[in-house]
Design a protein around this ligand. Structure first.
Ligand SMILES: *Cc1c(COP(=O)(O)O)cnc(C)c1O
Length: 397
């Protein structure tokens, strides 16, 4: 029997561990307003005003767990700045969009965003365990327009009808908020589609609701291998014993975990912060995958860095730390052109006989070109005889 608790108790000092460690309790008690957040931090007037004035515009919410990581005294705390809306969100700019990545224009059926030849995104839930201030899907997440069961069925039928799709990214919203049973159903349906080779799940749950990553969930995922999880840590302060255990539990079930961070001005836009983040990730076997330039989402101009400073920051990673810990910096093209890698230019000149480069320390290096130019693998004709070459599927581009 749990002891009788104070009504509305939210702080770890006020609740018993059985509640704190129950992911459904965390979700039921998500913090939404100044009263809730003030149990964890001494809010500034600007934060209180930000919470009040953005209420009609954008969803706000964070788990008590995530809020417990806040610095109670400093409003520049990276956790506070990711969870609490700033007044700057009210300043919309002409170049900002509701749908910066042109997803709605690449949606052949509800719940599918399909813009690459061989992979698509399956949108299964419209809720999250945090409503990130930089969210590029803030137009649809929040719990008001959940994808309907028949829409997800039709989305699965669409994937079945498109033999060129070999990689399905389950996203949302946060797919790990579904019950393990429902998630298992969706994974099972995908696995029965022959041409689907890999399944990826995009989730911020390891960061904001790590108690959700229990053995039952990991087993459900592992039944449908190859399954990959890409999570979203943005700052080393988000890495705790619990979030580390969550990531390690996934990996121990054979699920490779990657990280997709977003560069956020004044939050993680420094070389020491990014290095500490990437090193902490790789130590818990989470492989840094992408570092995103901020998308041009409504109300997020104050969170974006300039492209030059993003590139300078990358220059401070590559070569200075394990290559395993270095993510790829990308701009997700406004309008839906896909992810475009950007980064420091190491190539100075491509000549006929040699290439001039610079290394991470700025030293010039030359690389001699081979005498013959054209790549031709004659054995391909033998190896691919009788098998459709990988990129020859119906509908490929
Ligand atoms: C990001 C994204 C993908 C996956 O891109 P990768 O570069 O393969 O990780 C696929 N579909 C959509 C709609 C995306 O936004």
């Amino acid at each position: 029997m749990l002891p009788v608790l104070q009504r509305g108790a939210l702080h770890p000092d006020e609740v018993v561990p059985e509640q704190w460690n129950d992911w459904r309790w965390q979700l039921r008690n998500m913090l939404r307003n100044a009263d809730d957040f003030s149990r964890f931090a001494n809010l500034t007037d600007a934060e209180v005003a930000g919470l009040a004035r953005t209420r009609e515009l954008f969803r706000t919410g964070a788990t008590p767990y995530y809020a417990s990581l806040m610095d109670a005294e400093r409003s520049d705390c990276p956790i506070r700045r990711q969870a609490l809306p700033a007044l700057d969100e009210l300043a919309f700019r002409d170049e900002e969009h509701r749908d910066p990545l042109g997803e709605d224009a690449h949606s052949p059926v509800p719940s599918i965003f399909h813009k690459y030849p061989d992979r698509c995104l399956l949108y299964v839930v419209d809720r999250c365990a945090i409503y990130c201030r930089h969210c590029n899907r803030r137009r649809i997440v929040g719990g008001e327009q959940p994808p309907k069961r028949n829409e997800i069925d039709e989305a699965l039928e669409y994937i079945e009808s498109q033999p060129r799709i070999r990689d399905v990214l389950i996203s949302g919203g946060d797919p790990l908020l579904l019950s393990s049973k429902r998630l298992g159903e969706i994974l099972g349906r995908l696995r029965r589609i022959k041409h689907v080779e890999i399944i990826r799940i995009g989730s911020r749950v390891p960061v904001v609701l790590p108690m959700r990553i229990d053995d039952a969930l990991c087993q459900t995922l592992a039944e449908h291998h190859p399954v990959f999880v890409n999570t979203h840590f943005n700052h080393p302060a988000e890495i705790t014993d619990l979030s580390r255990q969550a990531c390690e539990r996934l990996v121990n079930h054979g699920i490779p975990v990657g990280n997709q961070a977003v560069l956020l001005r004044g939050i993680n836009s420094s070389a020491p912060t990014l290095r500490a983040l990437m090193r902490s990730l790789i130590r818990m076997r989470v492989r840094p995958y992408y570092l995103f330039q901020g998308d041009t989402v409504l109300g997020t101009d104050h969170l974006r860095t300039s492209v030059e400073s993003a590139i300078d920051l990358m220059d401070g990673l590559r070569g200075w730390m394990s290559g395993m810990a270095v993510p790829q910096l990308v701009i997700d093209a406004p309008g839906g052109g896909g992810k475009i890698p950007i980064g420091p230019d190491y190539l100075r000149e491509i000549g006929e006989s040699e290439v001039r480069l610079r290394n991470y320390r700025g030293l010039e290096v030359t690389y001699p070109q081979p005498r013959e130019k054209d790549p031709h693998v004659s054995y391909d004709e033998v190896y691919f005889r009788g098998i459709a070459p990988d990129d020859d599927r119906e509908g490929g581009e």
